[in-house]
Design a protein around this ligand. Structure first.
Ligand SMILES: *Cc1c(COP(=O)(O)O)cnc(C)c1O
Length: 423
């Protein structure tokens, strides 16, 4: 088999440099919580393809459903000749997402496309232009979603000009905002919106209930409910971007459920279909159905193979109780991370929910971010066969996103590697 080094060389002269990779080993096969590279080396997967393979890689039911669908038909375009699985996925999403009200869904290809469409729907339904987003937010790499995303490097640098009518306000970030309580942090954000934008101009407030790329920032309790309450009173569409937090990742089907928040619209992707590209907007029927026929869609959105994979993934999440699995991962991995933090003063905080956990790394005794130390720990994990990712505005957050089906022995081995990597 071609070696990783050879593949890397070919890549250099074939693949655009702007597309990076965390590791330079090339994958041969993957299953459950382990990736095997072309040299036969095994990696414990603490990335899950960025919170995508929640049901594991090559999950048996997903493989079977995809195989069966690919033999029946691969594509007709739902906008041309519709099929049942698209409808069935929408029914499932309407049922699973928080909110007891009447809902509708529409399917797309990527998370960014779902966010774009949620903004389209909110603007169309309200007739208002402005969209409120938060510091540290990440919503994608298309023009509108770059504008919605906070961090310049690497996502936005020299890619402007960006879409207008986007307004950014402070997030609740307890470690870095002096521990403001949720209600106070929400009042601070709302006051800025009211003074600088005017509530009556705001179509939507868009927020990740736990920030992903921005650093696994968990807002203080009460922050999301206070924003939800304000949005209702102001006639603003509350959009929860659950693209990274969704599908059992945080120990419940969706992260909003931990605080009883019911979004008007919710954007979904990543964990939805066991690795096949699929995304969705799900929300209040009166908002979703406000758009004229033909106003939403796309050639591939809700592709039948991706829909088959989504139905099989959702089935697997129910059958294996993967929300429960995420809570068990939290108990075991969270305890281990707190034990490491006890002895290592570089860890300012252990945070997250379920199987979406992270440590924020600083210069000991300060809050000064230490991205170099973070990269060094991550590299030590890679050298020992544990695939970890970093994130955060300051690049100083080491995050852990194991597949929810990770085996106990894989998890134990991963924690030993982590423990050693911190020294
Ligand atoms: C990954 C992500 C997106 C973008 O999804 P893509 O499928 O990469 O376009 C949007 N929002 C959040 C919260 C994400 O984590």
């Amino acid at each position: 088999m071609t070696s990783s080094a050879e593949l890397h060389k070919r890549r250099g002269s074939a693949v655009a440099r702007g597309v990076g990779s965390v590791i330079s080993s090339y994958v041969d096969t993957a299953s459950g919580g382990t990736l095997t590279d072309v040299e036969g080396r095994q990696w414990i997967d603490f990335a899950a393809g960025i919170a995508v393979t929640n049901v594991g890689n090559s999950a048996p039911k997903v493989v079977e459903a995809v195989r069966a669908q690919v033999e029946r038909f691969t594509h007709t375009c739902f906008m041309v000749a519709p099929y049942e699985s698209y409808v069935a996925v929408c029914e499932q999403l309407n049922e699973l997402t928080p909110g007891g009200f009447e809902k509708r869904s529409a399917l797309f290809n990527s998370g960014a496309e779902a966010v774009e469409n949620a903004v389209k729907i909110a603007r169309h339904a309200t007739g208002r232009p402005a969209v409120v987003v938060f510091d540290h937010a990440y919503h994608g790499r298309t023009n509108l979603t770059m504008a919605l995303t906070a961090k310049n490097m690497p996502y936005k640098h020299r890619f402007g000009p960006f879409a207008g009518e986007i307004y950014r306000v402070p997030m609740s970030y307890p470690l870095r905002d002096g521990g403001l309580d949720g209600a106070t942090a929400a009042a601070r954000a709302i006051e800025l919106v009211e003074k600088q934008v005017g509530a009556e101009n705001v179509a939507a407030l868009l927020i990740e209930p736990i920030q992903g790329e921005g650093g696994f920032v968990v807002p203080a309790a009460g922050f999301l409910p206070a924003l939800r309450e304000w949005a209702t009173a102001a006639g603003v569409v509350f959009i929860a971007d659950e693209i990274q937090t969704g599908f059992c990742r945080t120990g419940d089907w969706f992260a909003c459920q931990h605080e009883g928040v019911e979004p008007d619209l919710i954007t979904l992707a990543k964990g939805i279909a066991g690795g096949l590209p699929l995304a969705a907007v799900t929300g209040r029927a009166e908002l979703m159905d406000a758009v004229h026929v033909g106003g939403l869609g796309g050639t591939y959105g809700g592709n039948p193979i991706a829909c088959a994979a989504a139905l099989a993934s959702i089935d697997t999440m129910h059958e294996l109780d993967l929300a429960g699995a995420a809570r068990r991962i939290e108990a075991v991995l969270g305890a281990r991370l707190r034990a490491i933090a006890e002895r290592d003063p570089a860890i300012a905080e252990v945070r997250g929910r379920g199987a979406m956990l992270a440590v924020e790394i600083v210069q000991p005794g300060t809050l000064t971010p230490d991205p170099a130390a973070t990269a060094a720990v991550s590299a030590a994990c890679h050298a020992a066969g544990l695939l970890t990712l970093t994130c955060g505005t300051y690049g100083n957050v080491l995050r852990f996103l194991p597949p929810l089906v990770i085996a106990d022995d894989e998890l134990s081995r991963a924690m030993e590697i982590l423990d050693a990597a911190f020294g």
